[in-house]
Each structure stands twice: as C-alpha cells, then as structure tokens.
Design a binder for this molecule. Structure first.
Ligand SMILES: NC(=O)c1ccc[n+]([C@@H]2O[C@H](COP(=O)([O-])OP(=O)(O)OC[C@H]3O[C@@H](n4cnc5c(N)ncnc54)[C@H](O)[C@@H]3O)[C@@H](O)[C@H]2O)c1
Ligand SMILES: C[C@@H](O)[C@H](N)C(=O)O
Length: 373
C-alpha cells in the first residue's frame, strides 16, 4: 500500500495534477530515486544558461578522436581559445596540449564531469566520446558503458546545469529494416550494432529530456566523416579516410568493403560547420531535435576512380571484412537531409571531386615534407 501511495505521489510530481491533465517541466534529477545522484527535492538548480551577449563556455568530451580536435580549433576561432576546453581520457600529444585548454574527463565519472562544468562555468557541451561501430562490436560491454551509461551522465549534468547539449548521432542509427535509399529523418530504426542501438537511445533520451525538462538538446546524424588531420578510430566508413594515407604513401590501398558498397559521407569542414550552425540556430527554427545531415554518397569504386584522376598509378584491391561489410549493408545508402536544409538552412560545400582534391593536397604536402626530411 505504502509503495503504491509513494508511486502515485511520484507520478503526480512527474505528470502534474491529474485534474488539469498538464505536463509540468520539473528539474530532472529531483525524482530520479534510483539514480546514484540523489538530489534533494528542494535543491536550487543552477542557472548558468548562455545569454545572447556572452560567448559560450564550451566543453568537448572525447575530444582526442577523429573529430574533436578539428571541432576545438573551429570553435576557438569563433569563441576564443580559452572558451573552448578539449577533454579526453587519453594523454594529448604536445601540439594539442599547447594549442588551448585541455583537461582529463572520464564521462563515466559523474563527479568529475560536474566539477569540470562548475569550475569552468561551462554553458555548451559537445559530447563526442563514443566507441564507434566496428570497435563497439569487438567490445560490447565497454561500448555499452561508454555510449549508454556515459550518455546518462552527460544528460544529467547538462540538465542540472542548464547546458546547451550537442550529441552526434550517425547513419549507424538505422538498420536493415529502415528505408536505405533514401533514409528520411523519421522511419523504422532497428540497428544491429551496439553502436547504433546506443545512438538511437541517445536520440530518444535527449529528446525526452528536452520535452520533459526543457533541456536544450541538439543532435545531428552524421554520415561517415572524412578528415585529413586525424587517424581513423574504428568505424565502418574509415576506409574512406585510410585510402588517402595509403594512396600517397604506397600508391595502393586494400579496401575492407566491397567495391559497390554505397554509404553517405561528408568532409570534416562541412561537418563542423553543420554542428555549429545547428547549435546557433534559433530554437524556434528547429521543428525537430535530431536531424539527418548529408553531403554526398559514394562507393569504394567511385572513390578509387576519383583518386585515379590525381594518381594514375593508384591501385585498389579488396579484402572484405565480414563484420564491417554486414554493418555497411545495413546502413543508409543515401541520406535525406531535406528537413535540415529547410529548417536551419543546411547546405554542404564539398562533393566528391572537392573532397578528393582537398584530402590529397593535405596529405600530399605532408608526404612531400616527410620525403624531403
Ligand atoms: N567519425 C565519424 O565518421 C562519425 C560519424 C558519425 C558520428 N560520429 C560521432 O562523432 C563522435 C566523435 O567521433 P570520432 O570519430 O571522433 O570518434 P573516435 O573514436 O575517434 O573518438 C572517440 C573518443 O572518445 C574517447 N573516450 C572513450 N571512452 C571515454 C570515456 N570514458 N570518457 C571520455 N572519453 C572517452 C576516446 O578516447 C576517443 O578519443 C562520436 O560520438 C561518433 O559516434 C562520428
Ligand atoms: C558512420 C559512423 O558513425 C562511424 N564513422 C562508423 O563508421 O562507425
């Protein structure tokens, strides 16, 4: 009986008075009775929200991966070096450590996260920590911890401190029963990887926190991202990064996907610009909180043809990795990002020819420097 009464009380707090049938937005942690972070109901929640005139104070988690350093450089140009803190659990190389603020942050440690947010007066959080698709399948329990438990910590700290929160999702949030050509924003999402499952969970939890507690959650489903200045991090689309390193170094590349595997892709500059644009978009322009964004779609065969235009002696061979191939075969081939284009004016700049020229120029200058030394 007591249990039922308590449950009714809690549900009453959550859902507002049954008489008015209204849905009250309450601070999130007050009633998370089973949370390790039990916060008294009368606690004063911080109001560190970003006012239009200030620069945001930014934290990037998982910042030493493929995308985080580029994001930090990009945001520092906009908001100032000291307003953007890069964090990770790995030790940064010297040039990154000296390029701007860096701190240790383990997203599985809630107290550590909260300390960082409070001490640095963080107002915007870009949550990049994750295990990607292929490494996730090789270590499901770690992927579950980092991608799901870690996300819960991020959502709670963001809600508790009124942060604007960006979480990237992925083409991997779709599965074999989703429409693949093209894949719209709203359709069946039944991914078959722990990575995909964790990203669908992130989309749904972020949207739930938004509608339930007013968390300013923003999410883009990235395609495979191709960046010149970082090493691939265990993803299925990584062949499209590695090919440039190998083409210039050895004149040949062994691809782990079949020649006809079509996947949506984007150059890093477009990805970073999309990320900032959605974060800066006025709330009223966002008809959704999770958007597909896209630039191009190609197969390994298409990419090799384009590389051949620059390096006529280039050779590609295929040695298919069955795990990665099964993942790729369940993902979108083309991504419908018309809602992003309509709502907040998304427009990509790099198609396949510009992508290949840019990547080869970048690595080519590196390779030439290395050969000269
Ligand atoms: N790279 C892509 O093509 C792509 C495409 C779609 C979505 N995304 C998403 O963008 C984000 C960044 O991707 P990426 O390619 O840079 O990934 P990455 O694998 O290269 O980097 C992830 C980082 O997370 C860190 N990390 C792992 N466990 C952690 C923990 N407990 N606490 C803090 N950090 C931890 C790792 O040290 C690593 O530096 C991810 O969320 C990913 O899902 C990436
Ligand atoms: C697409 C994406 O999320 C990542 N690059 C992966 O392949 O896992």
């Amino acid at each position: 009986m007591l249990g039922t009464r308590m449950l009714r009380q809690v549900m009453g707090q959550m859902l507002g008075s049954p008489a008015c049938g209204c849905w009250t937005a309450a601070p999130p942690l007050r009633f998370l009775g089973t949370s390790p972070r039990q916060i008294p109901a009368d606690v004063n929640f911080h109001s560190a929200s970003f006012s239009g005139t200030d620069q945001p104070r930014v934290l990037i988690t998982g910042g030493l991966g493929q995308l985080g350093v580029g994001l930090a450089n990009f945001l520092r140009k906009r908001f100032g070096k000291d307003n953007v803190i890069l964090s990770d659990i790995r030790k940064p190389p010297d040039h990154i450590f000296h390029s701007g603020p860096f701190i240790y942050s383990d997203i599985l440690d809630y107290k550590n996260l909260r300390e960082i947010v409070v001490n640095n007066r963080i107002t915007w959080l870009f949550h990049y920590s994750a295990l990607l698709s292929a490494v996730g399948e090789a270590n499901v329990s770690l992927a579950r911890a980092v991608n799901i438990t870690g996300l819960h910590n991020i959502l709670d700290v963001a809600a508790e401190h009124s942060l604007r929160l960006f979480v990237p999702s992925t083409i991997g949030a779709f599965g074999p029963t989703s429409p693949r050509n093209p894949t719209p924003d709203l359709c069946v999402q039944r991914p078959r990887t722990i990575y995909g499952v964790s990203k669908v969970h992130a989309e749904l939890m972020g949207e739930y926190y938004h509608y339930r507690y007013g968390l300013d959650f923003r999410c883009l489903r990235y395609p495979g991202i191709i960046s010149a200045d970082s090493q691939p991090g265990g993803g299925t689309t990584d062949y499209a990064v590695q090919i440039f390193h190998d083409a210039l170094k050895n004149g040949k590349f062994e691809c782990n996907l079949k020649p006809s595997t079509r996947l949506p892709m984007m150059y890093i500059d477009d990805c970073l610009r999309a990320t900032l644009e959605v974060m800066e978009a006025p709330a009223e322009s966002l008809s959704m909180r999770t958007y597909n964004v896209n630039a191009m779609s190609f197969t390994p065969e298409d990419l090799a043809q384009e590389v051949l235009k620059h390096i006529p002696e280039f050779q590609i061979t295929y040695n298919v990795d069955s795990v990665r191939q099964a993942i790729a075969d369940s993902w979108p081939m083309n991504f419908d990002d018309s809602n992003a284009r309509k709502d907040w004016g998304w427009k990509h700049e790099f198609d396949l020819p510009e992508l290949v020229t840019t990547m080869l120029n970048f690595h080519g200058s590196d390779t030439r420097v290395a050969h000269a030394n």
